[in-house]
Write a protein that binds this ligand. Structure first.
Ligand code: ATP
Ligand code: SF4
Ligand code: MG
Length: 318
């Protein structure tokens, strides 16, 4: 038995038709150890959501494979989307997408326990109410609909639902981005406690470096569908090797005008059209260090190293 809960190998996920495809995830390879959190960062449009949806079986894979280890088992090729439900759960940014507006929240939580039955056995109802209690939603709220809750409470309900499904692997796609800042820390703490208590493995997408630093063990940086840097979170955040990662990190915090100006200097322009990515290194049109070689030769992540970077010149520009 390996220690990995997830292996993504050479994964390609495309949108659009075959003649003019948009490769939103382009040959991504990564591994996540059991019980760990793999953080994913990158600008808007870099392919983070596409990656987690493909892992969850919610999008078709054009090339490569996704292998998932069931509890106590070895990595095996992930079954189709239906089978993957029991293996992977997704917590989205907008909890309303995951909850039925017409059902009381306890029923949504019980859904993975009793997906088809019209009448839910009392025992399963009690289990759902108990799971809600574990995420900080008291029994007095269990009969309400999702519209009658706050955003933070709704996200807690979707987390209880993910726990009810008992999937070993959970994709968290910006789970607190839509919440009031005062509620974010509590929900993040809850997610981390549940991971530890239930032996879960997370892929955790976030724009917020502070949450990544707090929750993730490993982190991957995406740019235009590619993983450009990956490694232990401390190493990547403290000593980023890729010019793109360096720019992303230097842009935190972005509240001061000084920080914003610095970000513009390090990360000029917008992310290019994903249908027509630049040749060679995709970051070259925005990279201060680009040289001729960058336009003709694509840099690849160094295999076998803990801290990997896809840049021809990283040792020189450090
Ligand atoms: N359903 C879709 N059809 C066509 N293109 C799509 C679709 N969904 C996403 N894309 C494109 O795929 C690329 C990756 O999008 P994705 O949503 O995965 O990015 P992201 O990193 O999650 O961005 P954000 O931080 O804004 O959530 C973008 O170029 C986007 O425009
Ligand atoms: S390979 Fe070249 S263009 Fe790409 S990040 Fe490195 S220096 Fe910049
Ligand atoms: Mg997204």
């Amino acid at each position: 038995m390996t220690g990995d809960a997830l292996a993504v190998e050479d994964l390609v996920v495309s949108y659009g038709n075959r003649r003019d495809p948009l490769r939103a995830v382009d040959r991504v390879t990564l591994r996540v150890a059991r019980g760990e959190t793999f953080g994913v960062i990158g600008e808007s449009g870099s392919g983070k959501s596409t990656l987690v949806m493909a892992i969850a079986g919610l999008l078709p894979v054009a090339r490569g494979r996704v292998r998932i280890a069931p509890r106590g088992g070895d990595l095996t090729d992930a079954p189709g989307s239906v089978g993957r439900d029991g293996q992977v759960q997704v917590i989205f940014q907008d909890p309303m997408l995951a909850l039925s507006p017409s059902l009381p929240i306890w029923r949504s939580v019980a859904e993975p326990l009793a997906p088809t039955s019209f009448r839910v056995p009392t025992r399963l109802r009690a289990r759902a109410v108990e799971l809600l209690r574990q995420v900080g939603i008291g029994p007095e709220l269990a009969g309400r609909g999702p519209a009658q809750l706050s955003g933070g409470q709704r996200q807690r309900v979707t987390i209880a639902r993910a726990v009810a499904a008992d999937a070993p692997l959970v994709m968290c796609d910006e789970p607190v981005a839509a919440l009031d800042i005062s509620l974010q820390a509590g929900v993040l703490r809850l997610l981390d406690d549940l991971r530890e208590r239930n032996g879960l493995t997370y892929v955790f997408v976030s724009h917020d470096m502070t949450s990544i630093a707090r929750l993730a063990d490993q982190v991957g940086v995406m740019y235009l569908g590619k993983l450009v840097e990956a490694g232990p979170v401390r190493a990547v955040l403290r000593e980023p090797r890729h010019p793109y990662t360096q720019a992303l990190i230097s842009a935190v915090p972005t509240v001061s005008s000084h920080a914003r100006a610095r970000r513009r200097a390090l990360l000029p322009g917008e992310i290019p059209d994903a249908r027509r990515p630049p040749s060679g290194c995709r970051f070259r049109t925005r990279c201060r260090f680009a040289q001729e070689r960058c336009a003709v030769e694509e840099p690849v992540l160094g295999a076998g190293e803990a801290h990997q970077v896809a840049c021809h010149f990283w040792p020189e520009i450090r």
